[in-house]
Design a protein around this ligand. Sequence first.
Ligand SMILES: *Cc1c(COP(=O)(O)O)cnc(C)c1O
Length: 411
Amino acid sequence: MARALNVIKPSDNLKQDFPALARLVNGKPVIYLDSAASAQKPQCVIDTMTNVMSEHYANVHRGVYTFSSETSIAFEDARKKVAQFIKAKTDREIVFTRNATEAVNLVAHCFGQSLKAGDEIILTELEHHANIVPWYFLKEQKGVVLKIVPIKPDRSLDMAAFEKLLGPKTKLVAVTQMSNVLGTVVDVADIVKKAHAVGAKVLVDGSQSIVHFDVDVQAIGCDFFVFTGHKLYGPSGIGVLYGRYDALNALPPYQGGGEMIELVTFDKITYKEPPIRFEAGTPAIVEVIGLGAAIDYLNGLDRAACHAQEKKILQEAEKRLAAIPGVTIYSTAPERASIISFAVDKIHPHDVATVLDQLGIAVRTGHHCAQPLMKVLGVTGTVRASFALYNTMEDAEKLIEGVQKVKKLFS
Ligand SMILES: *Cc1c(COP(=O)(O)O)cnc(C)c1O
C-alpha cells in the first residue's frame, strides 16, 4: 500500500482502491453516488483497522505493556494527522467525538452553559439537523434566541441578511461550510471576521467541505470546526471537534468519567486540559486509527487534481441533467461543489431512486436531514447525487442514462 506522495491522479482510477466499488448490484457494477451520506472506504483503512485488532489491540493511555503503548502511539499519531490535515496549530486542539453530531452537541452543551435568556445564536437555512437541534435545545432550556440567515433565490447564503442579524446579543454563529443538500459553499472566513467583530464565536460545520476542498482552520479563523470520519473515507463512529485552544480551554467538561480527570475524591474533582478533558471513557480506538489511515490515503493523492476532476464531473452531470425536459435542479448557487439535488417532474423522488437502484445506481432521496431547507425550497424531498474522488465521468454518464430511463418508464 505504500506509495510516494502526490503521485496518484484521478485518471489512475481510484475505484480500484475501494473494494466495495467492485461489487455488482442487480447484476450491474455499482455506481455509488451517495458519498455525501457516507463514503466508501479504501482498502488501506480496512487493513489498518484489521491490523490494530489483529496485531496490538489494547486500551490506550493506560498500560505500560507493549500492546498498549503501540496502540496509544498509533492513536495519538492519528490526532497529529488530523491536526495537520486541517492545519490546526497543535494536536491539543483536536477532540475525538463519535461524529460531527456529537461535536456540535458538545459545543452547544458546554458553551451553552455560559448563555442566558435573550442571548442570540445565528444559524442558516442551509444547516443539517445536526447543526440545528443542539442549538434548539438551548432555546428550550435557556431561552436563547435563534436567528436564521436566509438563502437567496440563487441558493447562496444571503450575507447582507447575515450582517443585519449580527449584533451585540449575538454569542455564537453556527454555519455550514458546504450544504449537504445543495452543495452551496459558504465564505466562512468572511462570516468569522464579521462575527468576531461583535465578539461572537463561530462554529463551522465542515462535514461536507472537508471532503471536497482543503480546509485551513487557522485561515478560516473559526473558534470551532466539526467533521465526521465516515464521510472522509474513514470509519463511522468517529468525529472531530477542532477548537482553537483558548476557545476549547474556556469550555467546562462535557461528559464525566475516566480519562478526563486529574484527581478524584468524593469532595473535589479536577479535570485535565483539552483535548482529554472532553474525551471521557474509552475512545473509539480502532476508528480513530482508521481515520488516521484515511488521512494518510488522502495525503498520498494529488488532491488538487481530484478536486478538479470532481468539479468537471459535476459540471458535466449538471449540464446533461438540465437538458432533460422536466428535470429541475435545485443546487444552483454560484459557489457549489460535488452535489446535485434535483427532481423529475411528476415522478416521486423515491420512485426515481428505486428505478436507478435497479440499474445499480445509488442516489439518496428525502429531506437529507435538512427539513427547514426543504421548506424553503418548497418541496418535501429531492433526489441527490453526490460525487466523491472515486467517481468517474462514466458514472455521471450512467446517471444521465438512468434518469432518461426513469422518464421513459413513467411517461
Ligand atoms: C452528515 C452531516 C452531518 C452529520 O454527520 P454525522 O456523522 O451524522 O454526525 C452534519 N452536517 C453536515 C453538513 C453533514 O453533511
